[in-house]
Design a binder for this molecule. Structure first.
Ligand code: 3Y8
Ligand code: NAP
Length: 251
């Protein structure tokens, strides 16, 4: 049986995997939720939009004759990862997650860890500061509870409606980011506090390097709990798994 992969994408690692698969002439499709207007062009065929829950995903696996699923979604995409575990079990398709280790605090880092986004909102219940809120768009409205702050918001797409923050600046940009730009951004807006998800990987780490250089405190949001699944951390390990998992299927 020739492998035919479904890569659940949306991360730097997913893109790297697709590039390697294309170079090897492997069959596969990368999937996006459709969260942003123009997902980055990928070297494999791509599909955009939800599957329709677990049943939709397991039906997709069958109709598209998917032989392996690689969940290379972001560590905060917990619902997609849960659905992938359930759908692959239902359809009897091998699943591996391509994920990255969480960032750990360096000696000069000034982190305060909070368990989730609500924890980050609660941590902003303080007199006015100038916050770089670099957690995207999906949960912004929760922070409107603290209008006393100035917010530097970094978004992949310009918002289609006015935001309810009285004092904010929107930076429309997509990563991967670099330290020089993030340093300049924090200086230009006189940032005194950063809010970040513990995304891991390299694409979003620049702001933490910049925060360290400027001795700025960071509210670090811990990752949501993930279901038990087979986890890998390197593209090469995924490709090895595909060949072995194929063999395990006896063909
Ligand atoms: C649609 C697909 C690649 C993938 C690149 C990575 C790195 C750059 C850094 C900051 C943090 C944030 C955000 C971020 C980064 C990579 C990676 C990563 C963080 C794209 C992409 C999609 C998304 C969705 C988007 C979320 C948002 C989160 C912006 C593509 C560009 C903040 C996560 O407007 C929205 O609705 C945006 C939604 C989910 C989190 C949120 O809650 O708003 N990612 N990001 C995916 C889909 O439709 O399935 O165009 O490439 C991908 C990338 N974004 O191939 O190089 O691997 O993490 N993405 C966070 O970490 O906090 C920005 O500003 O410092
Ligand atoms: P989520 O909350 O875990 O998933 C919500 C629903 O979105 C899923 O049930 C599924 O809908 C759909 N979905 C999610 N990822 C999908 C994918 N790759 N392909 C097809 N459908 C998908 O997901 P999220 O946190 O909104 O993340 C959405 C996308 O953005 C993912 O690709 C993720 O890798 C990327 N991303 C997220 C973050 C973040 O901070 N959350 C950061 C960077 C990149 P159905 O139930 O209908 O199938």
């Amino acid at each position: 049986m020739v492998p035919n992969l479904l890569v659940l994408g949306g991360t730097t690692e997913a893109t790297a995997l697709c590039r390697e698969m294309a170079q090897r002439g492997m069959n596969g499709t990368i999937s996006f939720a459709g969260r942003v207007a123009r997902p980055v062009r990928q070297p494999l065929p791509q599909r955009v939009g939800g599957f329709g829950g677990v049943t939709g995903l397991s039906a997709y696996l069958r109709t598209e004759n998917i032989t392996h699923v690689v969940d290379a979604t972001h560590p905060f995409a917990a619902q997609m990862s849960q659905n992938a575990v359930a759908a692959c079990a239902e359809a009897g398709v091998p699943l591996a997650a391509l994920t990255r280790a969480p960032w750990s605090q360096e000696p000069d880092d000034l982190w305060t860890s909070v368990p989730d986004i609500a924890g980050a909102v609660a941590a902003l219940d303080r007199p006015a500061v100038r916050v770089m809120l670099a957690i995207g768009r999906m949960h912004l409205s929760l922070f409107a509870r603290h209008p006393q702050h100035f917010y530097l918001l970094r978004l992949v797409d310009a918002p289609d409606a006015a935001l309810s923050f009285p004092d904010h600046h929107i930076e429309v940009d997509r990563g991967p980011f670099n330290m020089e730009n993030d340093l300049a951004l924090m200086r230009a807006h006189r940032i005194s506090l950063i809010v970040s998800k513990n995304a891991g990987g390299s694409g979003a780490y620049a702001k933490l390097r910049a925060a360290r250089a400027l001795n700025l405190p960071v509210i670090m949001i811990d990752r949501p709990k993930m279901p038990d699944r087979y986890e890998l951390h390197e593209v090469r390990a995924v490709l090895d798994w595909v060949s072995h998992a194929t063999t395990d299927l006896g063909v």
